[in-house]
Design a protein around this ligand. Structure first.
Ligand code: F6P
Length: 326
């Protein structure tokens, strides 16, 4: 196997708080091991367009606390094509890059998996997405921060909900997964939580609303994961308004405010550990693996498992939500 002397690092897909802490960790761990490091701007898009920047220890100073990603990010359509990946490979060879560390979600790892089957450049992945939907890791970088942001926003909305006797439908991100909604719902004491992983939520919601209209409860929070089967918060709320004219309904779509902001201590800590682990993995000749975090330990999971495996929502958490929602 070719000796690794120079690596590249990139962030790809949606930005997530803690990505900068991961970049910092990769750069400093690489330098610690005597490697050269380059950053690739705009993820795979920048690999194709040769947007390389040399990174020294000082370039990652004072970024551990910053949200977003200093390398910027993108979702690349061209990288999904053979021609795009060929251009990307040629650029890596030109820059004498021996290995790449990618920070992102399942789309990022899918790209990395295909690329490393086609070409002889090893890739290692670090899970970075607010959705927490990666198989093989208990946490992805950014989830904890997004969860705390959502909880803070809901707490504020609850003040208005109770002051005005209103029912709020609050939509949170998560793409096809309900991790943010479920955990934020438990943490804020939401009255109902709609997530994509559960069937038959329409009946349950109706039952809840019927009880509500009988009991004349004054305020409530219904948390709606964007990917749930009944539609977004606006859609669900409109239906409820039609069926229950007495409710004083309002809608809040939290949107991209969930993605930015200062990473929590947990996300900085996780990102710092996984960055070091990713460089270690490359130097240990590990290829096409994600470094993840399971039961408080760093683990290595092959890309094909992280992509194909479905991350199940915990039954225990569902039970807690079931018992505590009304
Ligand atoms: O994957 C992160 C995420 O924020 C999802 O929760 C959301 O569905 C999606 O990205 C939004 O993507 P964009 O910022 O491209 O609109």
């Amino acid at each position: 196997m070719k000796k690794i002397s120079k690596i590249a690092v990139l962030s790809s897909g949606g930005d997530a708080p803690g990505m900068n802490a991961a970049i910092r960790s990769v750069v400093r761990a690489a330098i610690f091991h005597g490697l050269e490091v380059e950053g690739i701007e705009h993820g795979y898009e920048g690999m194709i367009k040769a947007e390389f920047v040399k990174l020294k220890s000082k370039n990652v100073r004072n970024i551990i606390q910053r949200g977003g990603t200093i390398l910027r990010t993108a979702r690349s359509e061209e990288f999904k094509t053979e021609e795009g990946r060929q251009k990307a490979y040629d650029n890596l060879v030109k820059r004498k890059i021996d290995a790449v560390i990618v920070i992102g979600g399942d789309g990022t790892f899918r790209g990395a998996g295909i690329f490393s089957q086609e070409f002889d450049i090893p890739f290692v992945g670090i899970p970075g997405t607010i959705d927490n939907d990666m198989f093989g890791t208990d946490f992805t970088i950014g989830f904890d921060t997004a969860l705390n942001t959502v909880v803070e926003a809901i707490d504020r909305i609850k003040d208005t909900a109770s002051s005005h006797d209103r029912m709020f439908f609050i939509e949170v991100m998560g793409r096809d997964a309900g991790f943010i909604a479920l955990q934020a719902g438990i943490a804020t004491g939401a009255e109902a939580i709609l997530i994509p992983e559960i069937e038959g939520q329409a009946e349950k919601l109706k039952e809840y609303l019927l009880n509500e209209s009988k009991s004349k409860k004054s305020s409530s929070i219904i948390l709606v994961a964007e990917g749930n089967n009944l539609g977004g918060a606006v859609e669900v709320a409109n239906k409820v308004k039609d069926d229950f004219k007495d409710f004083n309904v309002r809608v809040n779509v939290l949107g991209h405010m969930q993605r930015g902001g200062t990473p929590t201590a947990f996300d900085r800590f996780l990102a710092s550990r996984l960055g070091v682990a990713a460089v270690d993995a490359l130097l240990d000749n590990q290829r096409s693996v994600m470094v993840g975090y399971k039961n408080h330990e760093v683990v290595h999971v092959p890309f094909n498992k992280t992509i194909k495996g479905n991350r199940d929502i915990s039954n225990e958490l569902l039970r807690v939500a079931d018992i505590l929602t009304i």
